[in-house]
Write a protein that binds this ligand. Structure first.
Ligand code: CP
Length: 311
């Protein structure tokens, strides 16, 4: 694995999952692997879980960590080629990526979408530029269109909570006051495809995911029927793909409640808005797996970094 930018770069996803599970069972079993090595974590956007869990994962491997809020503390970066740099962008990605590569053995990048230009966001301009101009492996810490560390942690959490070969999983759109990326939903669907689960996606009309993501999966616009007999309900808001970046609905009837959850487990990547996306009663119940999902982020990151260090 040269980079961990999406699941498509993982030749053997089941082996990556097994490695993450092994890291959880014994977090320090490869504590010398990262000795005298450094991971640099570059954040263009806020984070709690990704920043801390990736740092923790690196420490478990004996790595040093450099972390930087690029948007607030770095020079504004230019990503276009051949431009006359006489605007507010003081540094080109060509130099920035090459320089950081000299300080780090792996670079993690968090770069959300602008949600105004779908083509640009789905081209993954920022992440792709780091992969092009850095001379070390890149880990995606959530990009414009995917969040593969979250997807791996989610798969791990599901594995830990069912004996079923093919559990029924429902990915439900949920209301939110702000326009959010499709990245978590995209990666969840991709990982569930590899996991071979029985996946249904439910959302109001207009919230279809990218055709290449949703292709082949059941889509049901009726949340109640979609959720019948579900083993796991994964709630997540995403803004419209077709009317790109728009908030078309904030219908509170899509919030997850105990009545809708039934006997299923509840999942969400966090952060989550209580009583907008999901009710207090669900989040505070033993059926909620959200804290366990966040814990598994450490071991997902650890498995990804081990794979990159050993490649
Ligand atoms: N789930 C997740 O990526 O959380 P943060 O945005 O806090 O990193």
């Amino acid at each position: 694995m040269k980079h961990y930018s999406s699941i498509t770069e993982v030749a053997h996803p089941n082996e990556l999952l097994d490695l993450a599970i092994a890291c959880k069972a014994d977090p320090y079993h490869q504590s010398d692997l990262g000795r005298h090595k450094t991971v640099g974590l570059l954040f263009f956007n806020p984070s709690l879980r990704t920043r801390l869990s990736t740092q923790k994962a690196a420490q478990n491997l004996g790595m040093q960590v450099l972390s930087m809020d690029v948007s607030s503390h770095g020079w504004k970066l230019e990503f276009e080629s051949g431009v006359i740099m006489n605007s507010d962008k003081a540094e080109h990605i060509k130099e920035a990526a090459a320089v950081v590569s000299q300080y780090c053995d792996i670079i993690g990048v968090r770069c959300f979408p602008g949600l105004t230009n779908r083509e640009k966001d789905y081209s993954e301009q920022v992440l792709s530029a780091f992969m092009k101009y850095a001379s070390v492996p890149i880990i995606n810490l959530e990009s414009a269109t995917s969040h593969p560390l979250q997807g791996l942690a989610d798969w791990m959490t599901i594995k830990e909570h069912t004996e079923k070969e093919r559990p029924k999983i429902v990915l439900s759109w949920a209301p939110h006051p702000k326009a959010l990326p499709q990245s978590v939903a995209n990666s969840f669907v991709k990982y569930m495809d590899v996991a071979g689960v029985d996946l249904t996606i439910t959302h109001p009309p207009g919230y279809e995911l990218a055709p290449e993501i949703a292709k082949g999966f059941k889509v049901n616009h009726d949340q109640a029927t979609a959720m019948q007999e579900a083993d796991f309900i994964y709630a997540k808001n995403w803004s419209s793909y077709t009317e790109y970046g728009q908030v078309l609905s904030q219908d509170p009837n899509w919030m997850i409640t105990p009545e809708k959850l039934g006997d299923a487990f509840f999942m969400h990547c966090l952060p989550v808005r209580r009583n907008v996306v999901v009710s207090d009663a669900v989040l505070d119940s033993p059926q909620s797996l959200v804290i366990k999902q966040a814990n598994n982020r450490t071991f997902a990151a650890q498995a990804a970094m081990i794979s990159l260090l050993k490649a």
